[in-house]
Write a protein that binds this ligand. Structure first.
Ligand code: MLT
Length: 208
């Protein structure tokens, strides 16, 4: 095991030309949680799905928090570096291109941190119920990377002002952000799946 090893699942691509997905689960999830979602969003993509290495009362997460919505930002930075190293190693090991992250909740928050701290790691990101992960992020250069941010209008964990701030932050850093607010709470809805699938289909069509 290297320093950056994560327990993970990897499923190879079954159709050439679809972007690999980096699947990042929410608090209490694991590496199996989002495989089905990944297949629905982008059938044929390679799937790389790590388990978060931080435990909160036995529940896996991608970084430590001090309270709900209050993050240990030193840990966010450390864990984003670790995850970035894991993705780089996995790309070599499995021979895949830079992935598009698909993160839910805590997984979306670490994906947002990766975009801001290690912009080269991801080709883009689908952020489901994400929040601003760092109060004072570095100036990132996202050079047009595509980001889909899907928020819930009635999300009790992510205030509307917070997701709007994240969209602005990523746009200012140069990402091509699509932000939609759905009639949903923190949990995912069918609309998330449909919008994510259409969005990634458009990205693939533009890249072809
Ligand atoms: C987080 O801690 O990343 C957010 O509060 C979302 C959650 O995991 O509940």
């Amino acid at each position: 095991m290297t320093e950056s090893a994560f327990i993970h699942r990897f499923e190879p691509a079954t159709s050439a030309g679809s972007a690999p997905l980096l699947l990042l689960h929410g608090t209490g999830g694991d590496e199996n949680d989002l495989l089905g979602l990944g297949k629905m969003i982008s059938p044929g993509s390679a799937l790389l799905s790590p388990r978060g290495r931080v435990l909160e009362h036995g529940m896996p997460r991608f970084f430590r928090r001090l309270a709900e919505g209050v993050f240990d930002e030193d840990d966010v930075r450390l864990r984003a570096r670790e995850l970035g190293d894991f993705v780089s190693e996995s790309r070599q090991r499995y021979g895949i291109a830079a992935p598009v992250a698909v993160g839910f909740s805590n997984g979306a928050n670490i994906a947002a941190a990766l975009l801001l701290l290690k912009p080269d790691v991801l080709a883009g990101a689908i952020l489901l119920r994400a929040m601003v992960p760092l109060s004072d992020p570095p100036k990132a250069e996202l050079g047009g990377k595509p980001v889909l941010l899907l928020s819930g209008q009635a999300d009790p964990i992510v205030p509307a002002s917070n997701s709007a701030r994240l969209a602005a932050l990523l746009s200012q850093a140069g990402a091509g952000v699509t932000h939609k607010v759905l009639p949903a709470g923190h949990q995912l809805s069918q609309a998330d799946v449909t919008l994510a699938r259409d969005w990634i289909g458009n990205i693939a069509a533009e890249a072809a």
